[in-house]
Write a protein that binds this ligand. Sequence first.
Ligand SMILES: [Cu+2]
Length: 143
Amino acid sequence: MSADLGTTMSTHRTRSTLLSCWLAVGCSSSVPAPGVEAVDSASGALHVVARTVPNPPTRGTIEVDLEITDSATGSPRDGLTLAVTPWMPSMDHGTSLVPTVAPQGQGLYDVTNVDLFMSGTWDLNLAVSGPLLDNAVLQFSIP
Ligand SMILES: [Cu+2]
């Protein structure tokens, strides 16, 4: 019961913070949209959409669900080997917890054990191997 209440309260606080952030001039352009990031891979071959669970992301261990498609055709891209490394660029450190990637089919890959344990901007470095070598960087802002 108390855990549920805590979650509700922290979600509420997060929304209030974001709302005041959006009202400030210039803030929305510098802060990534919370919880959802879409990027092309370095080679341009892949399009990656990442959604955090919970959304917006909270500080601590979260899940990030990836949807990967072929940039040229838009088809789901299965069979990729993915390694995900969280990195906090402002402080030059990663996490001791290693994220686990579980392919779900239909181009979906669930990444668990993503330990964003500090407030601030985190990169998720995505290294792709297997049928192609590629990489992408997703960025999330942790309140
Ligand atoms: Cu840090």
